[in-house]
Ligand binder design. Structure first.
Ligand code: 5RP
Length: 219
């Protein structure tokens, strides 16, 4: 099965996990787009929907799905999002699409996180995928130097501005053996808005599309 078909399959499987009356958070990315399409097709009656990016908001609204402000909804039942890598415990690298900060906020406000990926993203140790770090623009060079001190190779994502008006450093060569510890360490650097390690906000269930169908991995 090609990657495109896997995204469609896992998007459909995720839509089947959303019950009527759900207070739903929606992530960002090409896999999530398939989920949104499948959700609209199923016609689930949702209590409210909170989006993690402008791109996701546009897609939801394009299907006639109203988007609520997290400040007015309170906590959510379920968050569904993709990932760039996910390890055996449900820790993730996210932010390939640059929406990591809002994604982490909506994930934190949700009781349950379902991660939707194709099986190539399930890894033993996080870190092959360059780790995105959202940074306040004036702190870009300072934060980059701190990344080098941690053993990383930061690269400025040229021409990209996040929905929050910030920039992204993509950091290679980090061996993320203790995701929660590294998440805390990078998040404590002044100028960092958030790092794309989802160690605290890990997944509760992963739906991973394989050649033989969608595999469920519970943590
Ligand atoms: C966006 C993300 C995405 O979830 C991640 O990049 C995966 O995207 P895709 O489904 O397009 O591969 O974290 O910030």
């Amino acid at each position: 099965m090609d990657q495109d078909s896997k995204k469609t399959a896992v998007g459909r499987a995720a839509a089947a996990e959303v019950p009527d009356g759900c207070r739903l958070g929606v992530g960002t990315g090409s896999t999530v787009n398939r989920f949104i399409d499948a959700l609209a097709e199923r016609g689930v009656a949702l209590a409210c929907v909170v989006s993690s990016s402008e791109a996701t908001t546009t897609r939801l609204q394009g299907h006639g799905i109203a988007v609520s402000d997290l400040n007015s909804t309170g906590d959510l039942d379920l968050y569904i999002d993709g990932a760039d890598e996910i390890d055996g415990a449900g820790h993730m690298i996210k932010g390939g699409g640059g929406a990591l900060t809002r994604e982490k906020i909506v994930a934190a406000a949700s009781r349950r996180f379902i991660c939707i990926v194709d099986d190539s993203k399930v890894v033993r140790v996080l870190g092959d995928f360059p780790l995105p770090v959202e940074v306040i623009p004036m702190a870009r060079s300072y934060v980059a130097r701190q990344m080098v001190k941690l053993g990383g190779l930061p690269e400025y994502r040229e021409g990209f501005v996040t929905d929050n008006g910030n920039v992204i450093l993509d950091v290679r060569h980090l061996d993320i053996v203790d995701p929660v510890r590294l998440e805390d360490r990078i998040n404590s650097i002044p100028g960092v808005v958030t790092v794309g390690i989802f160690g605290h906000q890990k997944a509760h269930l992963t739906l991973a599309a394989t050649d033989d169908g969608v595999r469920r991995i519970e943590y």
